[in-house]
Design a protein around this ligand. Structure first.
Ligand SMILES: Cc1cc2nc3c(=O)[nH]c(=O)nc-3n(C[C@H](O)[C@H](O)[C@H](O)COP(=O)(O)O)c2cc1C
Length: 182
């Protein structure tokens, strides 16, 4: 069993979530690697895939949705989970996140077993040199709450649930009857 955690990130916080998920799955005894979606051409080496994207202006980053659409058949043939890293600020953890229609459609295309939204992070010191448009940079400086709102215990628990589900698949050769909560 070899798991790919493919991510799209502008400022690095989603990359860190992806790396944490891969480390956690490895600690659970399953090989896992985190890679930028743009560096992944071939899914054949992977038995299961987790795809995650930062959310900007209400949308997944284009390279993440392109990754899902361009690998749709291979993803549909594997267990897939998805995560979004988005809300920051006081409301980030106060409400149940609403799944966007865009993400719901991507999940449908590949038959994803779950989608989870994790609170994100913004450190304005990382804005210099980041791949942001001038409008995004302005919004980031003026309107987006700064701080690290990532919930590492929740991220770890989600990764552990995926590892358990994959263990069950390996043991029985069939998909698990229970899925990881969305
Ligand atoms: C310009 C800008 C726009 C953003 N728009 C949204 C948004 O629409 N919805 C949301 O939940 N988070 C939004 N965020 C918060 C980011 O998703 C959050 O900071 C995320 O952790 C960034 O991920 P990254 O470091 O991997 O790029 C925005 C952040 C910036 C800087």
């Amino acid at each position: 069993m070899n798991v790919l955690v493919a991510y799209a990130s502008r400022l690095g916080s989603t990359r860190a979530i992806a790396e944490r998920i891969a480390e956690r799955i490895q600690a659970d005894g399953i090989a896992a690697t985190a890679r930028d979606v743009e560096t992944v051409d071939d899914l054949i080496p992977y038995d299961a895939v987790i795809v995650g994207s930062a959310v900007y202006a209400g949308h997944w980053l284009k390279e993440a949705s392109r990754f899902v659409r361009s690998h749709d058949a291979r993803l549909a043939a594997r267990p897939v989970w998805m995560f979004s890293s988005g809300p920051v600020g006081k409301t980030a953890t106060a409400h149940e996140p609403v799944e966007s229609e865009e993400v719901a459609e991507l999940a449908r295309i590949v038959g994803a077993r779950g989608h989870r939204t994790f609170a994100g992070s913004l450190d304005r010191a990382t804005l210099d040199g980041a791949h942001l448009s001038s409008v995004e940079r302005f919004v980031a400086k003026r309107f987006v709450a700064e701080g690290d709102f990532r919930d590492w215990p929740a991220i770890d628990a989600w990764a552990d649930g995926i590892a358990r589900a994959l263990d069950a698949t390996t043991a029985t050769g069939k998909p698990p009857t229970t899925t990881v909560s969305v």
